[in-house]
Design a protein around this ligand. Sequence first.
Ligand SMILES: Cc1cc2nc3c(=O)[nH]c(=O)nc-3n(C[C@H](O)[C@H](O)[C@H](O)COP(=O)(O)O)c2cc1C
Length: 287
Amino acid sequence: MELSLNICAEKCIRCGKCVQVCPSMIIRRKEESGEIEVKELQNCIVCGHCAAVCPIEAVEHSEFPVKKVHAFDYKDYPTPEEVMLLCKARRSNRAFSAQVVPEELLKQILEAAHRAPTASNAREICFTVVTDLAKLKMITDFTLEVFRLALKKMKNPLLSPLVRLLMPDAFRYVPIFERLLRENERGNDLILRKAKAVIFIQAPRESRFGCQDANLAYQNASLMAECLGVSQFYTGFVCSAIEQDKKGTLEKKLGIEGRIFAGMALGMPAFRLAKYMDREEIKVNWM
Ligand SMILES: Cc1cc2nc3c(=O)[nH]c(=O)nc-3n(C[C@H](O)[C@H](O)[C@H](O)COP(=O)(O)O)c2cc1C
């Protein structure tokens, strides 16, 4: 459908709120008459702020018909104390039970992720949910294979000086990679830790803010997972392997277009942590 935006002159009370909130400044007030008009519609980023702020439904936006716009009450927000408790109590819980994560819960986690802001409201990210056990094993195998190759390079006397030059911190990971590989041989998967689902968040390779968009979506998802009683942790090892691989191997294996920028391993908790702890002193520069 072609994009259209009209401010209904008969309904408009000229409060000017839509003019104030439009980030692209395409909604303006005519100087002479004070009427609100739309100019340069091609710059609309389809954020919907105009329709959300209008007190009398005078904003007619093709992407936001009345049935898509929902009134709500700020009184229904969780209290600051409740949000703070969630921030303090959310943890990466890796102790999963054998239970699968119900699809209904995965859908709510995805919906929360989908609500996160994206740069210029470009909404370029999309999601892949992996629950197939063979595919989950393949993700671990891919990650460990990348780490095995990295170890080989770091232990090769001819290549190691180059690695040291290009990635001085890489050698820090030698004992970690060795442990991951050793444990895997023993049937202990420290990459996905028997997670029953993985959510990958991907964006086009050339996306300027794909990484930021994906990771903001991740955080929404992790807070929702916490509230739903689903355990999760960030698949940093997998993401690091994707970064090192550079060939898009995992994306190809999973049939994902674009690049994975964030990943979440999920499962139902074997148990939950009963306490949260104080953090070290916060470091802030006030200026
Ligand atoms: C970028 C990033 C990568 C991470 N990668 C992993 C990972 O691969 N495996 C894992 O078990 N936890 C991973 N974590 C979870 C961290 O270890 C965890 O957030 C940290 O220990 C603090 O614990 P908390 O999340 O319970 O507060 C990652 C976290 C972040 C932010």
